[in-house]
Design a binder for this molecule. Structure first.
Ligand SMILES: [Zn+2]
Length: 111
C-alpha cells in the first residue's frame, strides 16, 4: 500500500466514523387517490390529493411509506444525504482496497 492509499483509507475511516444517522430509502412527491366514491380523485379526469412528500423504504421485501411534512423533510434531509455519502465512501473504500491488494500481490493483468 502506498502512503497515499494508506492516508486516503484512514481519511475514509474517519469520515465513516463521523457520519451520524443514515436513513434508507428515498423521498418522493406523490399524489394519491383516496378511493372514496364521489371524491374528486375519482372524477374523470381525476383530481388527485397532494402532492405529498413520502419517504419510501423497503423492509423484508415490503415497501414502507411515511408521509413527511415539508418541515420534517428539511429536518431529516441530512440523514438522507448521509446515506448517499455513506455509499460513496464505501464504494471508494472498496475501490481503494481492490487497488491495494492488486498492488500488493502484483495482480495487474491489464497493465
Ligand atoms: Zn379522494
Amino acid at each position: 500500500m502506498s502512503p497515499q492509499q494508506q492516508s486516503r483509507m484512514r481519511q475514509i475511516a474517519r469520515e465513516l466514523a463521523q457520519i451520524g444517522y443514515a436513513l434508507p430509502g428515498s423521498v418522493v412527491q406523490r399524489s394519491t387517490a383516496c378511493g372514496k366514491p364521489g371524491c374528486r380523485c375519482q372524477a374523470d379526469p381525476p383530481i388527485l390529493h397532494g402532492p405529498y412528500l413520502s419517504w419510501i423504504r423497503k423492509a423484508d421485501g415490503k415497501a414502507i411509506t411515511r408521509k413527511l411534512t415539508p418541515e420534517q423533510e428539511q429536518q431529516y434531509r441530512s440523514w438522507f444525504d448521509n446515506t448517499r455519502r455513506l455509499h460513496d465512501l464505501v464504494s471508494e473504500l472498496q475501490a481503494l482496497s481492490v487497488q491495494a491488494i492488486e498492488d500488493a500481490e502484483g495482480w495487474h493483468p491489464r497493465r
